[in-house]
Design a protein around this ligand. Sequence first.
Ligand code: MV4
Length: 495
Amino acid sequence: MFEKLLIANRGEIALRVITTCREMGIQTVAVYSDADRDALHVLEADEAVCLGPSEPTESYLNVDKIIGAARMTGAQAVHPGYGFLAENAAFAEQCEQEGLVFVGPPSRVIRNLGDKTEARRTMIKGGVPVIPGMMQTEGDPDVLAREAGNIGYPVLIKAAAGGGGKGMRVVRSPQEFREACISASSEARSAFGNGAIYLEKYLEQPRHIEFQILADTKGTVIHLLERECSIQRRHQKIIEETPSPALSPALRAAMGEAAVAAARAAGYVNAGTVEFLLDASGDFYFLEVNTRLQVEHPITEMITGIDLVRQQIEIAAGNPLRFSQGDIVGRGHAIECRIYAEDPLNGFFPSPGRILFVKEPRGPGIRNDCGIYSGYTVPVEYDPILSKLITHAGTRQECIHRMIRALKDYVILGVLTPIPFLVDVLSSEAFMEGETYTDFIDTHFGSWNPSLNDINAVGLAYVVDQLANRAAPAAPGTADGETYSPWKTLGNFRP
Ligand code: MV4
């Protein structure tokens, strides 16, 4: 087993890896930029190496500096986390060449699965259902128009060079096709520097369902059930849950089998996620493979009881998986809410600044993968994720209510967060009913606005309350000794 592992990342995911390494008795090396001098992952790692300037290209994206830090500290393995270099085949390859163990798939697998056309070819060979359409990109709108006729309207125009919805156009009739091609291609060119586009059959009201995969170096490939990730805002996941309310046991088995087949076809090793789109008629289609540990991995850990970071490290060390598919049973329901420093009053723009006060939710079935502390300053240079709040309970209903209570107990003063938005989404009838399609936010929360009370008074009230009554308050309005709730204080606090 490795004696020392370097985490080539920051924030909550760096802390997540440090936590499991500590449990496995592995020494940890953190890397950090000038802006992260006071970050928690630097404080918690056994060693820390400053990479210098805060720009990602000069720090967390700088392959030479990161490999140099691993060399200098004698780390045998490197965990990339998510984002930054996590799916960078060149980084994985350079680790391999330098004799460092990259905790993830082989670089050739990352490279192949990162190429949409190559990945699609691999899946077709592996018998995994792919979305009907043409992958080879085509510049000539007339050729594309003929192809659209063959596929059948509605069709979706997609950018070959990137994802995340940029350059996507739904076309429902031949008349609007040419114009849509031109605008999709120009958006793709400005977003990715490459205007190449391709066509797919448009799937109405799809759900984004992804399956967690574990594959060891001995040929064992298993899935650890699904995650429902359809609740997205501008192609950014905000709430994830497992199990999906949309999957019957039969559909779950079929999709799980397809996910394992996808991983095998790709020669996959380590942890990965196979993404599918599930359409209204219950047909599912391969979307892509994420060759990294995902942000939302904790909900899978909660229902299966398996530490995915530990499995990644064990596999990277060449150890065989110690369980088979039959051992994987999901127990209960889990939900994750991502807590970003974003201003819900102002288009969810980043809201960096100093965290004046944090009070984390607690209790049975509550996990908070948190990267901040009172007094910490959220830097402007990086993704503003502060923490991920996860709840686990016996049923979906209980899990939702536990999450709503935990969100209301979660006080972060000094920066704004989407907590009030998340409470409203989880409290909505549509969410409760499981109508969690990819257009959920646009449909139900397109024009959402919080009351200012929601945002500031809760935290402020809590601090005022604490400061005013040094002793633990029996907060006003809870004469019956109910647990403290900042919302109750709200009732007595007039901003
Ligand atoms: C689709 C689709 C419908 N039909 N492909 C959005 C970005 C990338 N994740 C793929 N996306 C979609 N591809 C076909 N053929 C609908 C979406 C989509 C979507 C997918 C998953 C999660 C959220 C989404 C939001 C809008 C559109």
